[in-house]
Design a protein around this ligand. Structure first.
Ligand SMILES: Nc1ncnc2c1ncn2[C@@H]1O[C@H](COP(=O)(O)OP(=O)(O)O)[C@@H](O)[C@H]1O
Ligand SMILES: [Mg+2]
Length: 164
């Protein structure tokens, strides 16, 4: 049996926590599609295509990982992709309440798809894209928290918005 999984998220920007989860998922599943949600309502720092590029760069070494975008309902996209599992990360108990609710709603919508939760390495368990952007925008050092290519783009992006 071949198991395809979808790892959906905002990834604005991808962090080493996301990459850690992708590496774990790539060992567990035959194929993993990282799916960037196109949700302009979240007022993202990076465009969807920038986020796709950053994820592609950061996962280049993983042969069974691909990157895609979607909008609308995640389980519909999972079905289109032929995925039987959805991967999500749990950093702390506080993540679990929302993730659990979402997993059960998704199960109601698509009973054939299972949500699988993985924990990142402890050293990444405090990283969120939101806090990372905040720290970086105030000049804090985020080396080691994001892949090098993401750090480069953050420097370009935040520098640019400060000048404009
Ligand atoms: N540091 C991290 N370690 C492990 N998983 C994480 C980390 N940061 C985010 N995640 C998980 O990655 C998934 C996507 O997160 P995110 O990009 O914030 O998108 P979303 O808008 O769906 O929360 C979620 O399951 C989230 O819990
Ligand atoms: Mg989130």
């Amino acid at each position: 049996m071949t198991v395809k999984a979808l790892y959906p998220g905002t990834f604005d920007p991808p962090t080493n926590g996301h990459v850690d989860l992708i590496q774990r998922g790539s060992k567990l599943f035959d194929h993993l599609t990282v799916a960037v949600l196109n949700n302009p309502g979240k007022n993202p720092l990076f465009s969807v295509s920038e986020r796709v590029e950053m994820l592609e760069e950061a996962t280049r070494a993983l042969n069974n990982v691909s990157v895609a975008t979607f909008d609308g309902m995640m389980v519909e996209f999972a079905r289109q992709q032929g995925a039987s599992a959805v991967l999500r990360g749990i950093r702390a108990i506080s993540d679990y309440e929302y993730e659990f609710q979402m997993a059960l709603m998704n199960r109601r919508l698509a009973p054939e798809i299972e949500t699988v939760f993985l924990q990142p390495a402890g050293r990444y368990s405090f990283i969120s894209s939101r806090m990372l952007k905040e720290v970086f925008s105030f000049g804090g050092d985020v080396t080691g928290l994001v892949p090098p290519n993401v750090l480069k783009r953050l420097r370009g992006r935040i520098g640019k918005s400060e000048r404009s």
